[in-house]
Design a protein around this ligand. Structure first.
Ligand SMILES: CC(C)(COP(=O)(O)OP(=O)(O)OC[C@H]1O[C@@H](n2cnc3c(N)ncnc32)[C@H](O)[C@@H]1OP(=O)(O)O)[C@@H](O)C(=O)NCCC(=O)NCCS
Length: 332
């Protein structure tokens, strides 16, 4: 039997910092309000000429280097993003693949918003377990600042830019294997979190290019409630189905949307503070990039060791959600 192992992690964080203080000069808000409601103090903003693929490439270089793989051993690239270099095509994954010099391998993007990284773990796992691919580079990369309306205080305080990447590889050692991945969706909540304009539902020719074509819109309060309810149910189920107690989880790595959502789900699982990975304070919500950026954070600070069990959970536009139980399995 072939299993899929989570081999390595990498991330890229843009230099420019946008603080709550900076935002309070742009919209009617305050550091106190933002910290109290979200836990966010600052977020990173990509340079004007820095594209999503550029950030993805930097994160991927680290993940590849840390995996010990040669470039020619990688046989597929998947990128999760809602802020691609180009609308519709070409995919950001093909651009990243070519910038890295990976050759003519399979490369594609997926759209699952903030759950994107969990979705691409499940896709990589399926390709590897079926024997179709051996070493898959997965990337969550976002330049959300490009699709954020900086006159809307309900959204602009939340989002930031960045990228994270991982290598998922084939193994015959079950102890190294990704244990389980859950993915789900419910389109009846589509209007809670969306970029309403620019697609076939509201094409560019009817709205005009200047009308903020691709900005995100959100019903924050409702999104908050559905997020807590859905995530709590999903993470409880994945633990129960695999006979794993929350105590056995070394690192709970939730999507970094809002400290209060993370706290509510963590409390429902009876997670101790030392189990919960938090980067929302310094990076805000980076959608599909947030989980790999958080895993990279504990990796680079020396907290993530071989064999330790991670529980991931995510929630985002669609609505989509997902969770995963993954031992960190670097090549020894
Ligand atoms: C966006 C969010 C922080 C707003 O917090 P909230 O406690 O739900 O606040 P509400 O939307 O109910 O608004 C309460 C008041 O604060 C105001 N407000 C909204 N944003 C504000 C801001 N940035 N600064 C100051 N006041 C603000 C509202 O206008 C409202 O004022 P009113 O009572 O006079 O009408 C919160 O709903 C949230 O984080 N939701 C989840 C969003 C999320 O994670 N999305 C991504 C999922 S992947």
């Amino acid at each position: 039997m072939t299993y899929a192992a989570f081999r390595s992690i990498g991330a890229y964080v843009p230099e420019k910092i946008l603080t709550n203080e900076d935002l309070s000069k742009m919209v009617d808000t305050s550091d106190e309000w933002i910290v109290q409601r979200t836990g966010i103090k600052e977020r990173r903003i990509a340079a004007k000429d820095e594209r999503t693929s550029d950030m993805g490439v930097e994160a991927a270089k680290l993940a590849i280097e840390r995996s010990g793989l040669k470039l020619e051993e990688i046989d597929m690239v998947i990128c999760a993003t809602i802020s691609p270099d180009y609308f519709n095509m070409p995919s950001t994954a093909t651009i990243i693949s070519t910038k890295l010099g990976l050759g003519n391998i399979t490369a594609f993007d997926i759209s699952a918003a903030c759950t994107g990284f969990v979705y691409i773990i499940s896709i990589a796992k399926a390709f590897i377990e079926s024997g179709m691919k051996k070493n898959v580079l997965i990337i969550g990369a976002e330049k959300l600042s490009a699709i954020t309306d900086y006159t809307d205080r309900g959204t602009c305080i939340l989002f930031g830019d960045g990228a994270g990447a991982a290598i998922i590889s084939a193994t015959d050692n079950k102890d190294e294997a990704i244990i389980d991945v859950h993915t789900g969706s419910d389109g009846k909540y589509a209007d809670l979190l969306m970029t309403p304009n620019g697609g076939t539902g509201s094409p560019h020719d009817s709205i005009g290019q200047e009308a903020g074509a691709c900005f995100m819109q959100m019903k924050g309060n409702e999104t908050f409630k559905v997020a807590v309810r859905t995530l709590t149910k999903d993470v409880k189920e994945i633990l129960a189905e695999n006979n794993i107690s929350s105590d056995e989880v070394k690192h709970f790595v939730p999507h970094q949307a809002n400290y209060r959502i993370i706290k509510a789900v963590g409390d429902a699982l009876k997670m101790r503070d030392d189990q919960v990975v938090l980067t929302v304070e310094k990076f805000g919500n980076t959608s599909g990039a947030s989980i790999p950026m958080a895993i990279n954070d504990i990796y680079e600070s020396g907290k993530l060791k071989a064999g330790e069990l991670m529980l991931l959970d995510a929630f985002g536009g669609g609505l989509t959600w997902g969770s995963a139980l993954i031992p960190f399995s670097p090549v020894k």
